[in-house]
Ligand binder design. Structure first.
Ligand code: IVH
Length: 695
């Protein structure tokens, strides 16, 4: 194909992909299959890669992100970004309506809209191109988050309608739809659990609610991650000079024609009653939406009337937000259960009489810890108020004292482990109780082995579905190392009844020759799982997959990690005091040293095979030796070292006459810099280095 044809094809693919994005993300009505879409996108990516002169930041291929923003630039808003006056009371709405009537008479209408619970954003388009996206900030200046906003697929990057004004701003709310929020949180929760975090810490680290999630995501440095998080945006205001519209309603309907996502629930109403009807309708119906709304916004429709009414210092006089109170119901507290995690942490859970709340049936609520139970002053048989104030798991806000039974006894927190009977401990300054019987408490033992065999660790999937429990119950395994001692004769004919979930049927498993062979071959195969995953599998608290990888790259083998003092551990990328201390504590325990010894004897990988697996990228650094020091903006230190090796170079730990280059970042050691100067070793930046390998 000649260049002209290629360019035409690229432009056509971009146009069609934009249209399909619109069908899919704005109209929720795709007209081609995901596969067809992916094929077109692949073709576009390939053509753009082969013909870089046709690059465009508006191309559908750029939706996957890639740009990293270290610091968001603060930019002045062309039009200040005001907020709305808020109210929870119908009386205030009546007052608002009467004030307006007094000022301008009765000849006007309102627009009612949902109040989206997210982060305000202002997008500027020039000649149809998205040129800037600013957050509200303090209303006068906001943060430039354009790179991240470009990844949101329902936001058009290029407008092709003829009647699009030369320049305008459109404002809206970036939200995280509930399904995206739930997906991210369940992935994060599973991962944190695997990494050995306590329920309390997990609750702290999870996304609190879709609004926080949207705002946190928008401020992430890596737009590639933003692209995967499923943000969306509803628009609710158009601003600009001499825009050809007389009413707010017309302006946003026009914006819809241009390709912006405008809520289909916007309505014009003629009077106060219309406003109340809209509010009442959505008070009930909003739980059925896939995103959060915390109220309704009421705006005077005509722009001329809006101008007559004017503004106070903070908000327009022509609009008001009515906020819904968060829904709360009363239900009976049936019992408390206490769960024991792999680290021995105890989590209390309230079992409730099932009750409907904001569209779902609630049967359980977390109680976090003993302090919480004490603060609520829970008694046996209490009725409690449950609320879902934007948070994921419903919480008990208070006890309904009017329903407390006479002589009811206060609930006392357990003092013994519900699983093994050991006296619980609570460390000074910590909120959680722990069962200290790490070696004998069944859920802790099984939890550690479950973690060991899990997919991202040793990946022995033939042992899933209750088989660990069966082996443990038959006394065959007490530590992960015992798995490697299992023989066919131990397993054949082993039986277990699996208790059903509510309403299901119980299931009996009995190991036959085939599944025994599967189990044994799965265990055998795990001996070749790379070292970094073995390190993750042994279950050191806070050593998740990423941390394990960083440790493996830095220390190269298990012995080095086992014997490294705290000061050395913190030298590895991303290893802080808390993780380092946890590693030191882990290897202080003789049972953990014994575990590693046994695993080593069974033939598991105890060395980082990085070099062998190293993907060679070029030989451009052949014969050159580098010292990397300091903090960098695009890569971590270890990533730079890896790049050096991938391009055939060598890493040295200290400056000597053998050093060819020192790559210095921020905060690189002054003594190293001094030495480099003395020995005439060129000091280069991260960018110099990247250019070196780009050649
Ligand atoms: S109109 C002059 N419409 O709520 C103010 N705002 O508390 C223009 N919001 O700053 C805002 N949904 O971030 C408007 N349908 C809607 C909205 C909405 C959510 C947010 C927006 C605003 C805040 C005010």
């Amino acid at each position: 194909m000649d260049k002209k044809k290629i360019e035409e094809r690229i432009l056509l693919l971009r146009k069609e992909l934009d249209e399909h994005n619109h069908h899919y993300y704005v109209e929720s009505n795709p007209i081609i299959s995901d596969r067809e879409f992916d094929m077109m996108l692949e073709e576009l990516i390939k053509l753009e890669k082969e013909n870089p002169e046709f690059f465009s930041s508006e191309s559908a291929s750029q939706r996957v992100g890639g740009e990293v923003t270290k610091e968001f630039k603060s930019v002045k808003h062309k039009y200040p970004m005001l907020s709305l006056s808020n109210t929870y009371s119908e009386q205030d709405l009546t007052d608002f309506d009467e004030r307006i009537r007094k000022s301008i008479g009765d000849d006007f209408s309102y627009v009612c809209e949902l109040k989206f619970d997210g982060v305000a954003i202002g997008l500027t388009y020039n000649k149809g191109r998205l040129i800037r996206a600013l957050t509200r900030g303090d209303g006068i200046q906001g943060d430039d988050v354009t790179a991240n906003v470009r990844t949101i697929r329902s936001i058009p990057l290029l407008l092709s309608n003829k009647d699009v004004p030369e320049e305008f701003e459109i404002r809206g709310e970036i939200i995280m739809p509930r399904p995206a929020f739930d997906r991210i949180n369940s992935e994060m929760e599973a991962q944190l659990l695997e990494d050995g975090y306590d329920p309390e810490e997990i609750a702290e680290r999870l996304l609190k609610n879709p609004r926080n999630a949207a705002s946190g995501t928008l401020k992430m440095q890596d737009s590639k991650i933003v692209a995967k998080r499923g943000l969306d945006c509803f628009f609710y205001a158009l601003l600009g000079e001499n825009l050809p519209f007389e009413t707010h309603y017309d302006s946003i309907q026009k914006a819809k024609e241009w390709g912006f996502r405008i809520s289909e629930h916007v309505r014009t109403v003629d009077d106060r009653q219309g406003v109340f009807d809209y509010i009442n309708k959505w008070d009930k119906a909003r739980s059925g939406l896939s995103f959060d709304t915390d109220g309704v916004v009421i705006k005077v429709n005509s722009f001329a009337t809006q101008e007559d009414l004017g503004y106070t210092a903070k908000s327009p006089r022509w609009a008001i937000a009515y906020k819904y109170k968060s829904e709360s119901v009363s239900t009976e507290l049936l019992s408390l259960s206490y769960q024991v995690g792999r680290t021995g942490a105890i989590t209390p859970v309230a079992n409730l009489a099932p009750v409907q709340l904001a569209g779902t049936t609630v049967k359980r609520a977390t109680l976090h810890n003993a302090d919480q139970i004490e603060k609520l002053d829970l008694h046996e048989g209490d009725f409690v108020f449950v609320e879902k104030g934007g948070e994921i798991i419903p919480k008990i806000t208070e006890v309904d004292l009017t329903k407390r039974k006479k002589g009811a006894t206060a609930i006392r927190y357990i003092d013994k482990c519900p699983e093994c009977g050991t006296a619980l401990e609570r460390n000074e300054g910590e909120v959680l109780h722990y069962c200290p019987n790490n070696l004998g408490c069944p859920p802790q033992i099984k939890g550690r082995i479950d973690h060991f065999i899990s997919r991202r660790a040793m990946n022995i999937d033939s042992l899933g579905e209750g088989k660990i429990e069966m082996l443990y119950d038959h006394g065959l395994i007490k530590t992960p190392a015992d798995l490697y001692k299992l023989q066919e004769s131990d397993l054949l004919g082993l039986e277990k009844i699996i208790e059903p979930e509510e309403g299901g049927k119980s299931k009996k498993i009995s190991l036959q020759k085939k599944s025994v062979a599967n189990i044994l071959s799965g265990i055998e195969a795990s001996k070749s799982v790379p070292f970094e995953r073995v390190l993750y599998a042994i279950g050191i608290r806070y050593v998740g997959e990423t941390v394990a990888k960083k440790l493996a790259i830095h220390f190269r083998n298990m012995d080095a990690i086992m014997h490294a003092p705290l000061e050395e551990l913190v030298l590895a990328d991303e290893i802080g005091d808390k993780i380092a201390q946890s590693i030191v504590d882990f290897f202080k325990q003789s049972r953990n040293i014994a575990l590693v010894d046994e695993l080593k004897k069974s033939g598991l990988q105890m060395e980082f095979a990085g070099e062998a697996q190293l993907e060679k990228l070029s030989n451009s650094l052949e014969g050159k030796a580098f010292v990397v020091s300091g903090v960098f903006s695009n890569f971590s230190r270890d990533e730079l070292k890896l790049l050096i090796e991938q391009h055939g170079g060598k890493n040295l730990s200290g400056i000597s006459s053998k050093t060819n280059f020192m790559i210095a970042g921020e905060d690189s050691g002054p003594s190293k810099l001094e030495k480099a100067r003395k020995l005439n070793v060129p000091v280069i930046s991260e960018n110099d280095f990247l250019q070196m390998i780009a050649k």
